[in-house]
Write a protein that binds this ligand. Structure first.
Ligand code: ATP
Length: 332
């Protein structure tokens, strides 16, 4: 039986985790969950929000499903999410954004996968204060990181029957840094003759996304543009409650929703488990359990088609009622 690390998080984490685990179990797929607590709740007993045992569990199992984890502000702890990415070298951030039935958005046929480089660019943390009125941040782009993220995007496209990969840069202005990223894309693209290639400048992309998003398939971007564009795309399909994500490296992968732990609605049985469920569906595709991934995705879509959803999307269903409706639809 496949063993997977389950980080049930804090805030609404445990509630949405219960819902998702119940749905996966009802699909017939047997998973041995290696449950690991993390975040604000373990600080007192273990002195850190991210104990070593959590990292070791993911290294051992290679795959984790993670609910949101709060890093307390102002107590000197590094962000749990950032630390996980660094320690496990999760270099690719994957954000599939697809319309769900009955979720009211401006466009109805969006199906975009954003692949964001996760380790460098302006996020490398190379900054200095030149004088009291001047600060400098360095945009670091390397061939190694750029080639591996472009290869990841093309491999994802092949594995998931996608037609096109589009690289997003501002290479007309940052000729060296973004120019290098673009050059890496062109080199890697040569190995994928069956996938269409497209190049676009980030400002043009943003305009096109809000006018005609259906034209885009897989996007690959350096870190900063990827951060901004992935939120833009999440907004196109309905926002936080349904925005799934994953951070993937050469050895390990962590699948998690984009939203935070939503302490304002904790314990009220009204959180939307869709983003975590879609993250789990992507995880099942990653571990080649496609049959169950498709089965759960279909049941989820059917639930939306029936007009059953949680209150963040204008519905009436509680977290548990929503999960029960998805389970009912699994075998129909
Ligand atoms: P963080 O800094 O951890 O991202 P945040 O407060 O900025 O936290 P969220 O925790 O994602 O962001 O919450 C933002 C808003 O969206 C809150 O009002 C929250 O209730 C709502 N929200 C987030 N996730 C969900 C969800 N799964 N279901 C329903 N509402 C949600």
């Amino acid at each position: 039986m496949k063993q997977i690390t389950l980080i049930n998080g804090d805030g609404i984490g445990p509630e949405i985790c219960d819902a998702v685990v119940k749905i996966i179990e009802a699909s017939g797929l047997k998973i041995n969950w290696d449950i690991q607590t993390a975040g604000a709740d373990v600080i007192e007993s273990e002195g850190t929000p991210l104990p070593e045992r959590v990292i070791n569990s993911i290294k051992k199992n290679k795959v984790a499903l993670k609910a949101p984890v709060t890093t307390p502000i102002g107590k000197g702890f590094r962000s749990v999410n950032v630390q996980l990415r660094k320690e496990l070298d999760l270099y690719a951030n994957l954000r599939p954004c697809k319309n769900l039935p009955n979720v009211n958005t401006k466009f109805s046929n969006v199906d975009i996968v954003v692949v964001r480089e996760n380790t460098e660019d302006l996020y490398a943390g190379i900054e200095r204060q030149i004088d009291a009125d001047t600060a400098e941040s360095i945009k670091l782009i390397t061939r190694k990181a750029s080639e591996r993220i472009c290869r990841f995007a093309f491999d994802y496209a092949v594995k998931n029957n996608r037609k096109e990969v589009c690289v997003v840069t501002k290479a007309n202005i940052m000729k060296l840094s973004d120019g290098l990223f673009l050059d890496c894309f062109r080199n890697i693209a040569l190995s994928y003759p069956d996938i269409n290639k497209r190049e676009i400048l980030v400002d043009n992309l943003c305009m096109q996304l809000v006018q005609n998003p259906a034209q885009f398939d897989v996007l690959v971007l350096p870190n900063l543009y990827g951060d901004i564009v992935s939120d833009l795309c999440a907004g196109l399909v309905g926002g936080l409650g349904i925005a799934q994500g994953a951070n993937i490296g050469a050895d390990c992968a962590v699948f998690e929703p984009v939203h935070g732990s939503a302490p304002d609605i904790k314990g009220q049985n009204k959180a939307n488990p869709t983003a975590l469920l879609l993250s789990a569906v992507e995880m099942l595709k990653y571990i080649n359990e496609n049959h169950y991934a498709v089965k759960i995705e279909r049941a989820l879509f059917k639930t939306f088609e029936q007009g059953i959803y949680t209150c963040d999307l204008g519905g009436q269903a509680s977290t548990t009622e929503f999960a029960d409706a998805v389970i009912k639809n699994l075998n129909q």
